[in-house]
Design a protein around this ligand. Structure first.
Ligand code: SR1
Length: 343
């Protein structure tokens, strides 16, 4: 076999005879020096821009590491996610990445996987197990940046609607900051709270938001810290003709979100986001490091950046790729790195 340099990925070409391709990384620790590493990515939610980009980033990083990544798509179905974990254990993968989910449905099976010698990594689901590295987007910082922007643009007193669904670790962490802001700024009144996470989140939230905005004409700010929430609220604001009156502050970004934020008259004025593809890549790198016995300290954090409508318009940014090129802090992360892992 021909070796080029320490970080060169060599496809060993063990195709045929029903055997999978082995991908070796010269100079990498075991088992990556031999190849044949298999990892399962088991998601609770697969629909929506964030989760699709997350998966694409995970797949690209897995390819780079010679990992065969088996993706189990989620349908917001805890029972399905449990079955998928059992399948991954039976497949004897080297690691399982749990992407969101309900902790009470995952804890025992995560433990079973660990007992079977499988590494378990958790993104945005807190299993309270020191053997399971946690990955997150610094949700406290994310919410803080969004709410600081809301206060900077609307002053310390406003009537707000808040979109929230309890039980999702990132939303619960963002909620802690919302509560903290309301204590710091008693002039902020939460007039209404609503939300849903289902197979059509944006549409469901749009219906809820329409009812709330109709019933509460004084609302001037909506804190919607998930892009599917923000899209729903924006639909409602536009349908009710409230474009000049209501401002939306959110989390997450995608090419479609950038277009929705920057279109003329858009009420969606700011979001705070990581690049979800980078978070997917970080998740796979964390799994790879755990498999190699080099698990990074938990939590592994990907820092988000504030993106305002004004800044996006002024920079002429219209896609995620343009954003990553203009803003290096958005396009890459130093988390879960090692000399033998290429991005
Ligand atoms: C239902 S939880 C949705 C959030 O998960 C990820 O952390 C994304 O940032 C999204 O906002």
């Amino acid at each position: 076999m021909r070796r080029r340099d320490a970080s060169t990925l060599i496809l060993a070409g063990m195709l045929g005879l029903g055997r999978p391709a082995l991908a070796q990384i010269a100079g990498a620790p075991a088992p990556f020096d031999k190849g044949g590493v298999r990892v399962a990515l088991i998601s609770y939610i697969s629909a929506g821009d964030f989760f699709q980009a997350y998966q694409a980033g995970a797949e690209a990083q897995a390819k780079q590491l010679g990992i065969t990544l088996r993706v189990f798509p989620g349908r917001q179905d805890a029972a399905l996610q449990r079955t998928q974990i059992e399948q991954a254990i039976n497949l004897r993968v080297s690691a399982i990445i749990l992407d969101h989910g309900l902790p009470e449905a995952l804890t025992d099976l995560a433990e079973r996987a660990l007992e079977a010698g499988i590494k378990v990594i958790a993104f945005d689901v807190n299993l309270n197990n020191p053997r399971i590295p946690q990955i997150e987007q610094s949700d406290h910082q994310l919410a803080r940046l969004a709410l600081q922007q809301a206060v900077a643009e609307n002053g310390p007193s406003f009537r707000a609607a808040y979109v929230y669904v309890a039980g999702f670790a990132p939303l619960d962490r963002r909620d802690e900051v919302w509560q903290e802001f309301r204590r710091t700024y008693p002039g902020i009144t939460e007039v209404a709270r609503f939300g849903a996470v289902d197979s059509t989140t944006a549409a469901t939230v749009a219906d809820q938001a329409k009812a709330v905005l109709r019933a509460n004409p004084g609302i001037s700010v909506v804190f919607a810290p998930y892009d599917e929430f923000a899209r729903g609220v924006k639909l409602a604001v536009n349908e009710l003709g409230l474009g000049g009156k209501v401002r939306i502050y959110s989390a997450d970004v995608s090419t479609a979100d950038i277009q929705e934020m920057t279109e003329p008259g858009s009420p969606w004025v700011a979001t705070v986001a990581t690049n979800p593809a980078v978070v997917g890549a970080v998740s796979v790198r964390t799994a790879a490091l755990a498999i190699a016995g080099q698990a990074p300290a938990s939590p592994v954090v990907v820092e988000p950046v504030l993106l305002t409508q004004k800044a996006l318009r002024e920079a002429g940014v219209s896609t995620i790729e343009e954003l990553a090129a203009k803003l290096p802090a958005f396009g890459q992360s130093g988390a879960a790195r090692a000399a033998w892992i290429k991005e």
